[in-house]
Design a protein around this ligand. Sequence first.
Ligand code: SAH
Ligand code: SF4
Length: 347
Amino acid sequence: MTNILQYDLPELTELLVSWGEPRFRVKQVWDWLYEKRVTQFDDMTNLPQNLRDHLNEEMTIGSLEQVVEQSSEDGTTKRLYKLDDGQLIESVLMPYDDHRRTACISSQAGCAMGCVFCATGQMGFARNLTSTEIFEQAYRFAQLLAEDGERLSNVVLMGMGEPFHNYDAVMEAIHRLINDLGIGARHITVSTVGLVPQIRRFADEGLQVSLAISLHKATDAERTPLMPINKRWNIMELMDACHEYVAKTNRRVTFEWAAIAGENDTPEEAQKLGRLLQGLNCHVNIIPLNPTGGYAGRPADPEAINNFIDILEQYSVSATVRVRRGIDIDAGCGQLKSKVIAPGDIA
Ligand code: SAH
Ligand code: SF4
C-alpha cells in the first residue's frame, strides 16, 4: 500500500493520469484530502465507485499508526504513533481560547543532542523522519479538527527531535504545510537547540516562518553541562547567528527558557540574560521545567518567574511565561513515549 499523502499535486496528477483518470478528478481527490480532510476514500462521494475501489486497493490516507491517544482536561490531545519500522513518535494538539489550534510535531525519532533535562534527549537518537512523516502529524490533527468543522491554525516543530538536524525533510514538510494544508508561514515555528550553520541557512530561505532558540542558560560554563551542543557552538557564536537572522529577515527571534528552580530562575540569571539579549529584536518564552525521570531539576515557582520577567524588562527584553499544557497527560516532549515504553514495551 502507498500513502497518498506522500504526493504533491504534480505527483498526484501524474499518478491519476497514469490510471486513465481525467484531470478534473485530480482536483476532486485533492480537495477531499486537503480542503475537506476526509479520513477514508469512501467519503469522497463525488468519485465514481471504480476509482474509489482502485484507491482503496492501492492507497492509504496516511501511514502513521496511532498507538495511544490521551486527552487532557484543558483540551490538549496527545498521540503516540508507530512508524512503519516500529519507531515511536509523539504529536500534541493544543487548543487555545482565542481559536488557535496548534499542533506540536516531531522531526526525528529520538534526538542526538543529549540535553540532560529532556525526555527525548535521554532516549538517544533513532532516525530522521521523512518529510511525509513530519507533514502527516499535522495533517492528522487537521483531519480530527475537520470533524468538528475546525481548522488547524498553527504548527510548532517542538516535539521529539532537533528539526535542524533533519533540515531538508523539515523544510520540505514546512513547504507542504504552507502550500497544501494552508497554514500561514507566520503561524509555523521551528525550534532549534542552536545549530549555527542551519540558523544561517534558515535566514536565507526567504520564508516568514518563526524561529525559536532553546537557550536556557546565559553563560557557556552553565549551558554546556545542560546542553552538550554548546561545546560545538558556544553562546557567542549562537548570538552572532541570531543577530544575523534578525538583520536579514527583519523578524523577531524567540528564546526559550525552561525555568528550573534554583538553576536559572534567580535574579542574577535574569541579569545575565538581560545583558546578553539587550538590543536584539527578540522575545523570551519562559516554560516551567517539566520534570523528567533522568533529571533531578524542579520547575521554578511562579513568584521567581514573575521576578525574572521584571528584571528582563529593565533591560527592555520582553518575556512571557507560557502556560504548561496537558500537564496531566505527560505532554512534555518525549514524556508519553518514555512512560509507555517503560512498563511493557509496546514497540
Ligand atoms: N530540539 C528542539 C525542539 C524540540 S524541544 C529544541 O531543543 O529546541 C522543544 C522545547 O522544549 C525546547 O525549547 C526544549 O529545550 C524544551 N524542553 C525539552 N525538555 C523540556 C522539559 N523537560 N521541560 C521544559 N522544556 C523542555
Ligand atoms: Fe533534542 Fe531538543 Fe530535547 Fe535537546 S531539547 S535533546 S535538542 S529534542
